[in-house]
Design a protein around this ligand. Structure first.
Ligand code: FES
Length: 105
C-alpha cells in the first residue's frame, strides 16, 4: 500500500450546499470545486485546463458547471467538457455520511 491511496475525506455539512451552489475546498493538496446540480452533489478538479479559471467561481447551469473566464461547460457528473474534450477536468467521487459530505481523493 502506498501513501497515495485514495481515501474519503470530510469536506463539510451536506446542508450547507444548496441547489446550484458551488464551493472551493482544498483536499490533500487538491483544489476541488464542490457543488450541487439540482439535488446531485458533485466534486470536480477546480482549475479549468483551458486557461486556469476557478470553476467554483463559475455557475451551475442545469447539469453543467460553467467556467467563469470563457464559459466552457463541464458536465458536473463526469468533468467532461463537450466544448473541448481535451479540457475535461478530473471528477472525484462524492458521498454523504451522517449529513457530512465526503470526497474520495
Ligand atoms: S479558463 Fe475556463 S474556459 Fe477559459
Amino acid at each position: 500500500m502506498s501513501g497515495a491511496e485514495a481515501e474519503w475525506r470530510d469536506v463539510g455539512p451536506a446542508d450547507e450546499i444548496a441547489a446550484n451552489e458551488l464551493r472551493g475546498v482544498m483536499v490533500k493538496g487538491n483544489r476541488i470545486c464542490l457543488g450541487r446540480a439540482g439535488d446531485d452533489l458533485f466534486a470536480l478538479e477546480d482549475t479549468c485546463p483551458h486557461a486556469g479559471g476557478s470553476l467554483c467561481e463559475g455557475i451551475v447551469d442545469g447539469k453543467d458547471v460553467i467556467c467563469p473566464l470563457h464559459a466552457y461547460a463541464f458536465e458536473a457528473a463526469t468533468g467532461h467538457c463537450p466544448d473541448d474534450p481535451s479540457c475535461s477536468v478530473r471528477r472525484f467521487e462524492v458521498r454523504v455520511e451522517d449529513g457530512v459530505i465526503q470526497v474520495r481523493v
